[in-house]
Design a protein around this ligand. Structure first.
Ligand code: DMJ
Length: 449
């Protein structure tokens, strides 16, 4: 078993090597991204070491809960590995292995801890091979398991890491359905099927709650199985449920997941896709009647060109990415949300989100079209122009005024910088035939034969 695992890890590591084949210009940009990643990591090291996140304006730190869980180092580690930053990876690894413990009497949000911590640790294990990463991931998985003890099998939003006490039965498709890549990977590495089964069952129960026109809504009560809010869209609270059906199929080859994805994507394209005057978008509709709702699109929705591209619908992926680019360029950096019927910005903030850049990366990967390389350059340059400060990168209070806000989410180092780097990195840095990124951009091995 051990020998087989080593062989698997070697294959995966080979798939994530950094052998150089890019052009000189691309290499120069990849180097710039590395330097900016280092700048933000150094800020974390100086002002937030041992805590969750850097606060770049006050030069201090923020912890999510009463005790820190090292969100930034765990999230940043896989980026360091892909960028070939050996010294930084070693520092982060040492900190994690010396001081990360889940034996803490705190209630954590299952979704966030899963995508950042469980995903980060499993990816760290696959990239680095140190068994202690797997031990941490297994301990975390076991502490999170009580979240599934509900009448329907769909998880509660919060679970206490020591007592297993759960809370918040009003949940949403994204938080219920964005577990399988990590939990399935944990099952594969430990040989214990329970993690895959729990996550898959939650997905299946949720899928069975879809409407007659094959859409899901925004909020569901996981005890009664009743929908509390019925707006259907591809944005916040739903987004990565769809992403994990497709990626789950690609990672594990479970045909049921493919059927679920196929069913939903047909409905999404029928009821939510919108050929507006301003371009091609995905808006909202009622999950039961299909009646059109808001014409809202935002930074979170910008993940969808990447998913369409991964599902080999390059035509829609390209069209939607053009709209995402328009949204970004409205103010020179991406607003949180717009009304695409008027092209007005309705949410002015920018929280260093990765999705638009992620989609440019996927499109560049699948088409090789230099348009996406240029997009990547504009996106990265505007990040530096608007969000950089002396010690790191800051959220924007408003993309219109450029006023910064005192926060640097860990996904900035896990995702935003990683996707910027990968756009310009050598072509074989990540082998899409062997690797799937979880929704927090942690590369995980594909198990499907
Ligand atoms: C990340 O934590 C993940 O990408 C998640 O799927 C959505 N929100 C943030 C980034 O915007």
């Amino acid at each position: 078993m051990k020998k087989r695992l080593s062989a698997i890890l070697l294959i995966f590591l080979f798939a994530c090597n950094t052998t150089d084949t890019g052009t000189a210009g691309d290499r120069q940009y990849a180097g710039k991204v590395q330097a900016e990643f280092r700048h933000a990591w150094n800020g974390y090291k100086t002002y937030a070491w041992g805590h969750d996140d850097l606060k770049p304006l006050s030069q201090s730190f923020h912890d999510w809960y009463e005790e820190p869980l090292l969100m930034t180092p765990v999230d940043a580690f896989s980026t360091m590995k892909l960028m070939g930053l050996a010294a930084e990876a070693q520092e982060a690894k040492q900190l994690i292995l010396d001081s990360l413990s889940f034996d803490k009497d705190i209630s954590v949000q299952l979704f966030e801890i899963n995508i950042r911590q469980l995903g980060g640790l499993l990816s760290a294990y696959q990239l680095d091979g140190d068994e202690r990463f797997l031990a941490l991931a297994t301990d975390l998985g076991n502490r999170l398991l009580p979240a599934f003890d509900s009448p329907t099998g769909m998880p509660y939003r919060y679970v206490n890491l020591v007592t297993g006490a759960t809370r918040d039965s009003l949940n949403n498709p994204a938080e219920i359905g964005t577990l399988l890549l990590e939990w399935g990977t944990l099952s594969k590495h430990t040989g214990n099927p329970v993690y895959y089964e729990k996550a898959k069952n939650a997905l299946r129960v949720l899928y069975e709650k879809r409407s007659k026109i094959d859409l899901v809504g925004t909020i569901i009560n996981i005890e009664s199985g009743q929908w509390e809010r019925t707006e259907a869209h591809i944005g916040a609270r739903i987004d990565s449920y769809y992403e994990y059906l497709l990626k789950g199929w690609l990672m594990f080859g479970d045909p049921e997941l493919k059927e679920m994805w196929d069913t939903h994507i047909r409905a999404i394209n029928r009821y939510l896709a919108d050929e507006a005057e301003s371009g091609f978008w995905y808006g909202s509709a009622d999950m039961h009647s299909g009646e059109r709702g808001e014409t809202y699109f935002g930074a979170l929705e910008a993940f969808f060109p990447a998913v369409l591209a991964l599902g080999r619908d390059l035509d829609r992926a390209r069209k939607l990415q053009e709209s995402c680019y328009k949204m970004w360029m409205l103010a020179g950096i991406e607003p949180e949300g717009i009304d695409y019927s008027t092209m007005e910005i309705v949410y002015e903030g920018y929280v260093l989100r990765p999705e638009n850049i992620e989609s440019a990366y996927y499109l560049y990967h699948f088409t090789g079209d230099a348009r996406y390389l240029e997009m990547g350059k504009e996106y990265f340059d505007s990040l530096v122009r608007f969000c950089r400060n002396d010690v790191g990168y800051a959220h924007l209070q408003s993309v219109l005024t450029g006023e910064q806000r005192d926060a640097m989410q860990s996904f900035f180092l896990a995702e935003t910088m990683k996707y910027c780097y990968l756009i310009f990195a050598p072509g074989n840095t990540v082998d899409f035939g062997k690797t799937i990124f979880n929704t927090e951009a942690h590369p995980l091995k594909i198990w499907k034969e």
